[in-house]
Design a protein around this ligand. Structure first.
Ligand SMILES: Nc1nc2c(c(=O)[nH]1)N[C@H]1C(S)=C(S)[C@@H](COP(=O)(O)OP(=O)(O)OC[C@H]3O[C@@H](n4cnc5c(=O)[nH]c(N)nc54)[C@H](O)[C@@H]3O)O[C@H]1N2
Ligand SMILES: Nc1nc2c(c(=O)[nH]1)N[C@H]1C(S)=C(S)[C@@H](COP(=O)(O)OP(=O)(O)OC[C@H]3O[C@@H](n4cnc5c(=O)[nH]c(N)nc54)[C@H](O)[C@@H]3O)O[C@H]1N2
Ligand code: SF4
Ligand SMILES: [Mo]
Length: 699
């Protein structure tokens, strides 16, 4: 790809975008010490020189004066926002002493770490696990795609799945948002190309979302009921003999039990119509179209999974690919990674001799609370654990690149929990809402100011490389230097005495089929894509694709997917269900201080059906009060025919009360998570954000 004229003479660095969790490989152009341009890595098939608008706009991180520049220590009450500047040496000393004290008083498991899924958190995870000895190291999976990854694990023995849109002829999307919540531009490009080539796009969603707008067919569905429709489609496909007999016979475990189960439960399209509001004739037609158009792909992701009944719904949606033989073949649902994670596995950045590795004496909170299949502890349950000291005391939290007071459900409870902690540290690039409740706040380098090695989300195995394009602002440091500083103060400096970052990066890729030099050359390494991995055997207990899940059975769950209603049902007092949506040009809570994005849309809104709005006298643009049983917010109404009556959708990520996230972010819009009580999926532990009933009135 050619370099535009104005970029000639600029130094180009290869980085991995950290704005959303999907790790696009990018190029950053620096001229005269200024970051002037970024674009997707032209050689990487996931980016092809492109990146999404929210990623593109994050160039602002390089200029934002509101970024954290110095370590801070809290001097006021928690949440009051009073901090004083301290030196790194003071910060490291305080943290090292507090960590030692808590370990002595309560045991290492009393320290919980929450972080994002970016790579250089490896140092910090390995330090806390292998050296400090806490088993409680979690990332944000439980707030995000835990239901999807767990379903991939139990059915396919893989970590993830990717829709091969570009080669598909029939794309069935259930409540996920390639156009509203883009992740990895290459996937999105593939979807557009498939449409250009004539593929049919069908979107099942309670809202006429940006993706539904572009679909050939939008199927409005009652929220939290997709499982019923997917199971009825499965029954239709089987009853009408439209399934791939050869595939099912050779590569699947438990098809006969599934067929019997669907019959016994009476999961017919007529039954599903009563639950979903989708006509039985539509369910039958979509089932036939899906099964007879090859290749086809059915997929769901985060938005669909925000219910306590979503795990089996996710299984049912993915099993449609299995019944029709659309697994790990071009145009179908491609498998990637093993149950443990993406491949190839990276090694720890430093080695701890066997006899020096900390002995973990207590089970992790995830195990202690019985979430054996979950990839992560349901972090939404952490506030209760902290406040009740059950199953054991949790006294300190270390956060890196997560902001649970904004991102998780039940804001008030999280605040209460933070107030009850003995010690809390936030590592962030802004003084986040959550950092406001911490004792020490440390300024991190952002994604184009640090080194990193991390796996890519891709069908063929992919490793990504990141190098700094710029130095971090003020005294900010990359997280590996932060961990080094703490470790040295605790007497573990020997593990961090690398001469340059290359030393620990070489440790991470030891034994892999490429060198650091290879990585640097292109910014990534990609292996060969392998299709039809089920022919060689998968990493499930039976080695087959498990329609009947042995893992579920041994964990005490129904091995076959069944339909159960959501946990929260709107009633007379709270007649609406609240669901979340996203703005295409904001990423969670990270991009809110970027002026050019704030200029496009300065606040979030609540979508409400025009019939409902009329009943309450609400007009487009009016401010409305939305009340749930636990709190209320005031937000602008968007009156639309494009949402199922009885549902209100609010865009997530807005409503910062403090100055914290910066001048631009402050005070814009409303914070949806205040309204949502704590519900999690019982299998995957994922936060059920849409289990929320509300009422509305004009403000
Ligand atoms: N612009 C933007 N892009 C993003 C992000 C962002 O914040 N902003 N975040 C990134 C992250 S972290 C993630 S995990 C991904 C998320 O990516 P997706 O999972 O693809 O998107 P979500 O916005 O979580 O999905 C919400 C959709 O689910 C629909 N939905 C709600 N309830 C139901 C239901 O019961 N049934 C069905 N069928 N649909 C339902 C909503 O109407 C909405 O359209 O996006 C990533 N990309
Ligand atoms: N109601 C509702 N809530 C949701 C969702 C929803 O759809 N609806 N979506 C959920 C989903 S899918 C997700 S993934 C979560 C995301 O929620 P979180 O895991 O909390 O992550 P982010 O919102 O991405 O950002 C968290 C913090 O990272 C900081 N940060 C950004 N870059 C860096 C960096 O380089 N280093 C460090 N140390 N910090 C950095 C930001 O300043 C911010 O404070 O939110 C969830 N919350
Ligand atoms: S989808 Fe956008 S924000 Fe997410 S990693 Fe890629 S460029 Fe960054
Ligand atoms: Mo996410």
């Amino acid at each position: 790809m050619e370099v535009p004229e104005k970029l000639k003479g600029a130094r180009v660095s290869r980085c991995v975008c950290g704005v959303c969790p999907f790790r696009c490989s990018i190029e950053a152009y620096v001229k005269d010490g200024k970051l002037i341009y970024t674009r997707g890595n032209p050689e990487n098939p996931n980016t092809m020189g492109k990146r999404c608008v929210k990623g593109f706009a994050s160039i602002w991180f390089a200029y934002d004066n509101d970024r954290l520049k110095y370590p801070l220590m809290r001097v006021g009450e928690r949440g009051e926002g009073k901090f004083k500047r301290i030196s790194w040496d003071e910060a490291f000393t305080i943290i090292a002493e507090k960590l030692k004290e808590i370990k002595e008083k309560y045991g290492p498991e009393a320290v919980v770490s929450l972080d994002h899924v970016q790579g250089c958190t490896w140092h910090y995870k390995c330090f806390l696990y292998y050296i400090y000895g806490t088993p409680n190291i979690y990332d944000h999976t439980a707030a995000c795609d835990g239901t999807f990854t767990t379903a991939c694990k139990v059915i396919f023995g893989s970590f993830w799945g990717i829709e091969d849109y570009v080669n598909s002829k029939y794309i069935l999307i259930w409540g996920k948002e390639p156009f509203e919540a883009p992740r990895i531009v290459g996937f999105l490009q593939g979807l557009m190309e498939a449409k250009d080539k004539g593929a049919k796009l069908v979107v099942v969603n309670p809202r006429l979302s940006k993706t539904a707008e572009k679909a050939d067919e939008w199927i409005p569905i009652r929220p939290g009921t997709d499982g019923a429709m997917a199971l009825a489609m499965a029954k239709t496909i089987i009853d009408e003999g439209l399934y791939d007999e050869d595939f099912v016979e050779n590569y699947c475990y438990g098809f006969d039990e599934f067929r019997k189960h669907l019959d016994e439960k009476g999961y017919t399209p007529e039954w599903a119509e009563g639950i979903t509001g989708v006509p039985a004739s539509t369910i039958r037609r979509i089932a036939r179209e899906f099964a007879t158009t090859k290749p086809a792909v059915s997929s769901a992701y985060h938005g669909f999974a925000c219910y306590t009944n979503a795990f089996d719904a996710m299984r049912a949606v993915l099993l449609l690919n299995v019944l029709t033989g659309n697994v790990d073949k071009p145009g179908g649902f491609l498998l990637t990674g093993t149950p443990e994670g993406l491949e190839p596995q990276l090694k720890p950045p430093f080695r701890v001799p066997e006899d020096k590795i900390a002995k973990i004496s207590k089970p992790s909170l995830r195990e202690a609370l019985g979430f054996h299949l979950a990839p992560d502890f349901p972090t939404a349950l952490l506030p209760k654990v902290i406040l009740e000291g059950n199953p054991y005391p949790v006294k300190a939290i270390i956060l890196s690149q997560v902001n649970p007071i904004m991102s998780d459900a039940n804001t008030k409870l999280w605040i209460e929990a933070f107030k009850a902690l003995e010690f809390a540290v936030a590592i962030d690039i802004y003084l986040s809402e959550t950092a406001m409740y911490c004792d020490i706040v440390l300024p991190d380098a952002c994604y184009f100011e640090r080194y990193d090695i991390i796996q890519g989300f891709n069908h063929a195995p992919m490793i990504l490389y990141s190098e700094p394009a710029l130095p971090p602002p003020g005294e900010a440091k990359p997280i590996y230097e932060i961990v080094k500083g703490i470790a040295e103060k605790m007497g573990y400096g020997e593990y961090f005495n690398w001469k340059s970052e290359e030393d620990w990066m070489r440790n991470m890729i030891e034994g892999l089929p490429f060198t650091l030099e290879d990585l640097k050359k292109k910014g990534f390494w990609i292996g060969q894509p392998e299709y039809k991995k089920y022919e060689k055997g998968l990493k499930t207990p039976t080695g087959k694709i498990e329609v009947y899940s042995v893992l579920m059975e041994v964990s005490g769950f129904n091995p076959l997917p069944e339909y159960k209603p959501p946990s929260v049902i709107p009633d007379e007092k709270y007649p609406f269900r609240l669901i979340s949506a996203r703005m295409p040009f904001q990423s969670n809570v990270v991009t809110q201080n970027i002026p050019m994005l704030a200029d496009i849309e300065s606040e979030n809104w609540a979508e409400i059906n025009s019939r409902d709005a009329e009943k309450y006298g609400i007009k487009n643009g009016d401010y409305i009060v939305i009340e749930s049983p636990i709190d209320s917010i005031t937000v602008k109404a968007k009156v639309t025919g494009g949402i199922v009556p009885g549902v209100i959708a609010v865009v997530h990520g807005f409503g910062f009360g403090h100055w914290g996230m910066g001048k631009v972010a402050k005070g814009r819009g409303a914070h949806i998570n205040r309204l949502i009580d704590t519900y999690v999926d019982p299998v995957s532990g994922t936060v059920a954000y849409n289990e929320c009933k509300v009422r509305v009135r004009k403000a």
